[in-house]
Design a protein around this ligand. Structure first.
Ligand code: PMP
Length: 461
């Protein structure tokens, strides 16, 4: 084969050359040298069934042969209705209508626009501000970026971002409000909730369109699970002030945390639920939003059923066929059971690993979405500075050892704090979990050996 010239692709980082992956098999990716990488993060928490699955590839090929592209503004396909039906049944009771996009950013962008249109159609023209949380990521398009709290990604675009408000998400391990959970519960006074109400009142409820949150924070915080009652309180506030609640399940949806959608675990119904990644098990660009019946009713009454929005590839039949095949497989494989069993086992192994590596200051998450927080010292007092890119460096070591995870920063205040997410394919086996833990153990030893010697991280390999 001719040598491939690598001069033309514009990656996120122009200075880097990444391993060239030729194919994948189950939980492994294989590069051009034949080196295997255990995929400990399902790509970017998307390849939820691993790699090289013929059943999904065949469903996509079948659809491509029948009708590869059909524009949903003019035609429909049977697969579109089938997949919407499956997703509608999985979603909370009153969320029944599904709008498809090509990914998570577009899904959230669509949700923000639908919320705005819903209020405007009802004569509430001022309701335009969205409240998001600093510890959150909702995508890279301007609306989604404005709602999210990824400081690094927001910074270059700040003059152009929409004037949305932000609060802190609950993080009881190191509360941004300096409270402790027992105290919040005993006094029924939760700073993370009163801060939302204060923000609403300060901005004026008549100006606020929506509150958006991930049920379990992914890339910006590393799988932090909120206290059980948090979302009930948020739901109450949103209903009281006529604010739509958008729950972003792009990372958590389709079994990742042990239930079809994570929101089930918190006993609330959002007004809009967005999804992406796992819906096609990463096989095709696909995402969307599931919309509460009351919003659909509003659209029918006030806008003749028209949502003033759309993308060329909404409901692309090949992507939809991938989604249908993936959701069939989740069910056939009884994937939720495996998430529960292997998630509990992985958590147990990681807790044991923490005893050996006291620099891991927190282990949290649900199902197969688990985050490890990293500190610079064994007494867990010193944070890594963002410029040290510690989690990225740790992941580079993992890649050298033949594994890959999802590094991230910003868990404490949106600026500081380093974590890695471990989110292997949902059909992972017990022996693969053992391999993940062995690999992390080795990688931590190498990484912290250098830190203990006070060497620069540049040489921490
Ligand atoms: N929301 C969440 C919670 C995500 O994790 C992501 C992607 N990491 C997105 C939205 C954006 O999705 P996409 O990259 O498919 O646009």
């Amino acid at each position: 084969m001719d040598e491939i010239k690598r001069d033309y692709v514009f990656h996120r980082d122009l200075t880097k050359k990444y391993p060239m992956i030729t194919h994948g098999e189950g939980s492994y990716l294989i590069d051009e040298q034949g080196k295997k990488y255990l995929d400990g993060c399902s790509g970017a928490v998307a390849a939820n069934l691993g790699h090289g699955i013929a059943q999904i590839a065949e469903a996509m090929a079948e659809q491509a042969k029948k009708a590869a592209f059909v524009h949903t503004l003019r035609f429909e396909t049977d697969v579109l209705h089938k997949l919407a039906g499956v997703i509608g049944k999985m979603a909370p009771l009153h969320l029944n209508k599904v709008y498809f996009t090509s990914g998570g950013s577009e899904a959230n962008e669509s949700a923000l626009k639908l919320a705005r249109q819903y209020h405007r159609d009802a004569g509430k023209t001022q309701k335009h501000i969205v409240i998001g949380r600093w510890q959150s990521y909702h995508g890279n398009t301007i609306g989604a970026l404005s709602a999210g709290g990824d400081v690094k990604r927001r910074y270059p675009y700040t003059p152009n971002l929409l004037h949305f408000a932000h609060v802190y998400s609950p993080y009881c391990h190191r509360c941004p409000y300096n409270r402790n959970q027992e105290d919040c519960v005993a006094n029924q006074n939760w700073s993370c909730v009163t801060d939302i109400e204060r923000t609403i009142l300060e901005l004026g409820p008549e100006n606020i369109s929506a509150f958006i949150a991930e049920p379990i924070v992914g890339s910006q915080q590393g799988a932090v699970v909120p206290p059980l009652d948090y979302f009930k309180k948020v739901r109450e506030l949103c209903s009281r002030y006529d604010i739509l609640l958008i729950i972003d399940e792009v990372m958590t949806g389709f079994g990742r945390t042990g239930t079809d959608f994570a929101v089930e675990q918190f006993g609330i119904e959002p007004d809009i639920l967005t999804f992406g990644k796992g819906v096609s098990a990463g096989y095709a660009p696909l995402g969307g939003m599931i919309v509460h019946d009351s919003l659909i009713q509003g659209l029918l009454e006030n806008s003749s059923g028209k949502f003033l929005h759309g993308y060329t590839y909404s409901g692309h039949p090949v992507s939809i066929a991938a989604g249908l095949a993936a959701l069939d497989m989740y069910e056939e494989m009884n994937i939720l059971q495996n998430v529960e069993t292997q998630g509990a086992y992985l958590m147990e192994c990681l807790v044991a690993l923490q005893r050996k590596h006291p620099y891991i200051s927190d282990i949290r998450g649900r199902g197969l979405l688990i985050g490890l927080e990293l500190m610079k010292d064994a007494n867990q007092q010193i944070f890594f500075e963002p410029r040290e890119a510690a989690s990225e460096k740790l992941n580079e070591i993992c890649m050298e050892l033949g594994g890959v995870f999802y590094p991230g920063s910003g868990s404490i205040d949106g600026h500081k704090g380093e974590h890695i997410i471990i989110s292997p394919p949902l059909n992972i086996t017990k022996s693969e979990v053992d391999e993940i833990v062995r690999l992390l153990d080795h990688a931590f030893s190498i990484f912290y050996q250098h830190i203990r010697k006070d060497e620069s991280y540049e040489s921490a390999k």
